[in-house]
Design a protein around this ligand. Structure first.
Ligand SMILES: NC(=O)C1=CN([C@@H]2O[C@H](COP(=O)(O)OP(=O)(O)OC[C@H]3O[C@@H](n4cnc5c(N)ncnc54)[C@H](OP(=O)(O)O)[C@@H]3O)[C@@H](O)[C@H]2O)C=CC1
Ligand SMILES: O=C(CO)[C@H](O)[C@H](O)COP(=O)(O)O
Length: 482
């Protein structure tokens, strides 16, 4: 570290990585009147910022030492570079240029275990480090994202005025709050993305029911999503989906959605959510199936071959005399599944809070997700209210208002899953979510049989009703070895 470079004047904030997110967030911060600096290893990005930032208090640098020297001390620097080893490389490059007391923020989608490791290593160097999830995509970063900072509280207090100024606002309140110690911010952002995966899969399955099952045209599908988004299902993801179904590429007469290959890519946050949920033994099946279906989508060649071989025996068109009735049921099924997906995510957060010591306040997390982020939705207001009323709520589905909504929408959910299954329309996320719910509300699961089987073949022992905590073994075939 180099103590020669201390300065009480200069830019109050610096950004490393001037791509989609970094440039947009930096311009947002500059928009609020803070003098800022940006650095990228890519000269084109530096030029782009210099051009776009002409009207703002922004300086763009192609040299890391010059960038660091331009910052007021203690320095506040955020990295918005691709997650993984690149973050470690950037830290290694910048460390010799920093002083004790400087603040380094990782605003990317880093895995929370990397953040835990970096937090410990940078503390040793006398730096204040914090991991912060940012959501909202390019437009959110530029106009107002939802931000999930965790880790060093001292650093958060320094950054708070800037973060609150640039965050999205709901009812005048900023969509940013201190999330918790260590890697809490990145953990919460990861679960946000897991919920995002679940919601996107449910929307895709609704599209499948409409286009293949009901054979609706894109204009009609647009109308349905528009109607949903005007009601209780209102959400950012439905809003953009509605608009996707009106877009025609310049010079073409057809809808662009029909040109897109049906292979869904991913950067990993959904998979990490599913992996961690299994580690923590929290069921998040809607998120699991969303990850699995993105994986299945990649097997295009095999799917096409299977389609040709199986198609005749598995028609997709839904034979219904009443299209409007099915669309009403679909709206209910979507709301039911949406609630269950958020409930799974909140359940995971509650467990991680205990096991990892994150001290999460679920009401505050729901509150900052109401605006700016990709999973913002009218229903987040209900989640916020539920955890405000009962911070110790064991599961969102036990909240009385949420319970009433689940009961009201369950008939539509059952009708959609049954109709789709009988017609051969693939709705794995809807079906899985219903199965999750039906076992969640099941006081006597058939798991006693699994225990009997485990004990039969492996002498794994089991508990007896009324004697929980005492494990016994039975010789299930007493005469077999005689
Ligand atoms: N895009 C989105 O909607 C969202 C992204 N995120 C997360 O934010 C982070 C950034 O994403 P995004 O802005 O989309 O990524 P981009 O790829 O658009 O931008 C990353 C920038 O970082 C630069 N970079 C890479 N390595 C270095 C380095 N060693 N030193 C300096 N600059 C470097 C890249 O330059 P080069 O072109 O040379 O590689 C590029 O300009 C990721 O972790 C992402 O997961 C979070 C929320 C939303
Ligand atoms: O964090 C985000 C939004 O909240 C990013 O857009 C994220 O990269 C999307 O995930 P994936 O690329 O895996 O679909």
């Amino acid at each position: 570290m180099n103590p020669e470079q201390s300065s009480n004047t200069g830019n109050v904030f610096g950004m490393i990585g001037l791509g989609t997110m970094g440039r947009s967030l930096l311009l947002n911060i500059a928009d609020s009147g803070f003098p800022v600096a940006g650095y990228d290893r890519n000269a084109e990005q530096v030029d782009f910022l210099a051009r776009e930032g002409e009207a703002f208090p922004v300086q763009a640098f192609a040299s890391l030492p010059e960038f660091v020297s331009s910052l007021k001390t203690p320095r506040a620097i955020m990295m918005l570079v691709p997650a993984g080893p690149i973050v470690d490389n950037v830290i290694a490059e910048i460390l010799p240029l920093l002083e004790k007391g400087d603040i380094l923020i990782d605003g990317g989608n880093s895995h929370f275990s990397d953040t835990t490791r970096r937090d410990a290593a940078l503390k040793e160097e006398g730096l204040h480090f914090f991991g912060m999830g940012i959501s909202g995509g390019e437009e959110g970063a530029r106009r107002g994202p939802s931000m999930m900072p965790g880790g060093d509280t001292e650093a958060y207090q320094v950054m708070k005025p800037i973060l609150e100024a640039v965050a999205a606002k709901v009812n005048g309140e900023p969509c940013v709050t201190y999330i918790g110690p260590g890697a809490a911010g990145h953990f919460v952002k990861m679960v946000h993305n897991g919920i995002e995966y679940g919601m996107m899969q449910l929307i895709a399955e609704s599209y499948e029911i409409m286009r293949k099952g009901l054979q609706l045209k894109n204009e009609e599908i647009h109308q349905v999503f528009a109607r949903w988004n005007n009601g209780r299902l209102q959400s950012y993801l439905l809003e953009i989906t509605r608009d996707i179904f009106t877009y025609k590429a310049p010079g073409t007469e057809h809808f662009h959605i029909d040109d897109l290959l049906d292979i869904a890519r991913s950067k990993g946050t959904g998979k990490w959510t599913a992996q961690v949920a299994m580690e923590l033994e929290i069921p998040v099946p809607t998120i699991d199936i969303a990850v699995a279906m993105r994986d299945l989508s990649k097997y295009k060649k095999v799917r096409v071959e299977a389609d040709e071989r199986y198609a005749a025996d598995h028609p997709n068109a839904i034979k219904t005399g009443n299209r409007e009735e099915l669309l009403t049921q679909l709206e209910q099924a979507f709301y039911f599944s949406m609630i269950a997906t958020y409930a799974q995510g909140m359940h995971l957060l509650a467990k991680a809070s205990v096991d990892y010591g994150y001290e999460l306040q679920l009401d505050q997390i729901a509150k900052i997700w109401r605006g700016g982020c990709i999973i913002r939705a009218a229903f987040l207001e209900d989640i916020y209210t539920a955890y405000q009323q009962n911070p110790k709520l064991a599961h969102l589905l036990l909240d009385p208002q949420v319970l009433a909504l689940m009961n009201e929408t369950a008939p539509g959910m059952r009708a959609v899953v049954a109709t789709a299954a009988l017609s051969g329309v693939a709705t794995p996320a809807f079906a899985t979510t219903l199965g999750y719910f039906d076992n969640f509300r099941n006081g006597t699961m058939p798991s006693n049989l699994i225990q009997a089987q485990r004990d039969f073949f492996g002498a794994h022992t089991y508990e007896v009703i009324g004697k929980e905590g005492i494990f016994v073994h039975t010789d299930w075939l007493p005469d077999a070895l005689d």
